[in-house]
Design a binder for this molecule. Structure first.
Ligand code: AMP
Length: 417
């Protein structure tokens, strides 16, 4: 029989020790911050009905048309692996799971996009996100951005920058789209074919195109805010003024649009110089999504955990700094000691000491080698003669010294460390 490959699916990874220590630090500190801001966790399914995403993210967006993993289940139902977390979280709120006038939820977990794998782009990646659901209020947008900045500092990440813009109200959209088209039309012939299609289907997306030919045309276009209503401008002004009061620095960037259709008013992106081409750590924005007959207004962000880790590493913060404390290792000389040591190990673990031992009475050198590999700084050695005398040999692996101790002394030494 042919053997099965041990490789995971392309663009997806196993995440394990030692790297996992950084993931755990990130998640644990995030939970602490979310508790202070009174956000509670939701774990929505990874698989959702396809229509949830086509309807809420928009059916001309790249995520939906090019990147979503779609499948049919055995009953022929059309499903998708979630490419982002907001749609599921909002569906959960609309289902009555939270009060839709004031829900504050966060999520952590894998997202799936069938993009071309490259540095900083995975097909399974992880996001930590929050959603503050309730009537639009610029103070809520500023509060969520303040939370995000707090998270970055809790992780010890320096050097992140926030770029912020407004998409305006849906009522402004027609004026924005036609204003942009009017401004671009005289130079339409300079755009490549795909961009000309975008001009028709989603002209806003031309603003953040990376293509130099498109950028050249766009650089002459007025900022979108000039096509917007007074209400939309005032909303943005209040967000900016509130952030200033909170001493949070953001860069207003008129070319920022973000890729999904559900955004209204504020949109932002967090970028980091340590990341290279894929420099976005997080995306955020205010949205309006109709789901299950309800209109859900909210504001939130999603941070890409892999990118946060890459940025941390670029600034010198590594998993090794968060490795678990070294265990105590127990070495058994002979079968009788092996059995007694099992009991000792159980007792130590119940008292909160991390410990490990070889579960067979192998040669002492082999056990000491394993002790070394485990990173243990202290080793307890017991054989027949120690059993007889009721003592333990406690070896310090750093300076090589060892001493004979009785149980109370042993417990005292280990529990203190
Ligand atoms: P988005 O929902 O596209 O705004 O993504 C939010 C954040 O998720 C981005 O800023 C990235 O940090 C991260 N992200 C998005 N797509 C990927 C991907 N394919 N691989 C790794 N991280 C991603």
């Amino acid at each position: 029989m042919a053997s099965v490959s041990h490789q995971p699916v392309q663009g997806m990874s196993d995440i394990a020790s030692p790297d996992i220590a950084l993931w755990q630090m990130i998640e644990q500190r995030a939970r602490g911050i979310f508790a202070r801001y009174r956000f509670s966790e939701v774990r929505t399914p990874v698989l959702e009905k396809l229509e949830l995403f086509t309807h809420s993210l928009g059916d001309t967006t790249d995520v939906v048309t090019k990147e979503m993993y779609m499948l049919e289940d055995r009953g022929g139902r059309k499903l998708a692996l979630r490419p982002e977390g907001t749609a599921g979280a909002v569906r959960y709120v609309a289902s009555g799971g939270e009060e839709s006038s004031n829900a504050r939820i966060f999520y952590m977990g894998p997202m799936f996009r069938c993009e071309r794998p490259q540095a900083g782009r995975k097909r399974q990646f992880h996001q930590i996100g929050v959603e503050a659901v309730g009537v639009p209020n610029p103070l809520a947008d500023a509060e969520v951005i303040a939370l995000q900045v707090h998270l970055l500092s809790a992780w010890g990440l320096e050097g992140a920058e926030i770029r912020l813009n407004t998409i305006g109200l849906p009522e402004d959209r027609a004026a924005v789209v036609s204003g942009l088209r009017e401004a671009i039309r005289p130079r339409l012939h300079e755009l490549p074919e795909e961009a000309r299609q975008r001009f028709e289907t989603n002209v806003l997306r031309l603003l953040d195109s990376k293509d130099p030919e498109v950028q050249k045309v766009i650089s002459g276009v007025p900022p979108v805010i000039e096509f917007m209503s007074a209400a939309s401008r005032a909303y943005l002004d209040t967000v900016i003024a509130t952030l200033r009061k909170l001493e949070i620095h953001v860069e207003v960037d008129a070319s920022l649009v973000r890729g999904l259709d559900y955004y209204v008013h504020t949109v932002w992106e967090v970028v980091h110089g340590g990341l290279g081409a894929q420099n976005a750590l997080a995306g955020g924005g205010r949205y309006r999504i109709d789901v299950g007959g309800k209109r859900i207004d909210g504001v939130g962000f999603a941070m890409g955990v892999e990118r946060v880790i890459a940025a941390l590493e670029a600034t010198g913060i590594t998993a090794a700094q968060f490795a678990p404390p070294p265990p105590v290792f127990i070495v058994s000389l002979g079968e009788a000691a092996l059995n007694e040591n099992l009991l000792l190990m159980q007792m130590l673990r119940q008292r909160g000491v991390a410990c490990e031992m070889e579960l067979s009475a192998r040669k002492v050198q082999a056990q000491m080698r394993r002790a070394d590999r485990s990173g243990a700084q202290r080793v307890i050695i017991r054989g027949d003669s120690e059993l007889e005398k009721g003592i333990f040999v406690l070896k310090n692996m750093i300076d090589g010294t060892q001493q004979e101790v009785e149980l109370p002394e042993l417990m005292c030494a280990l529990e203190k460390s």
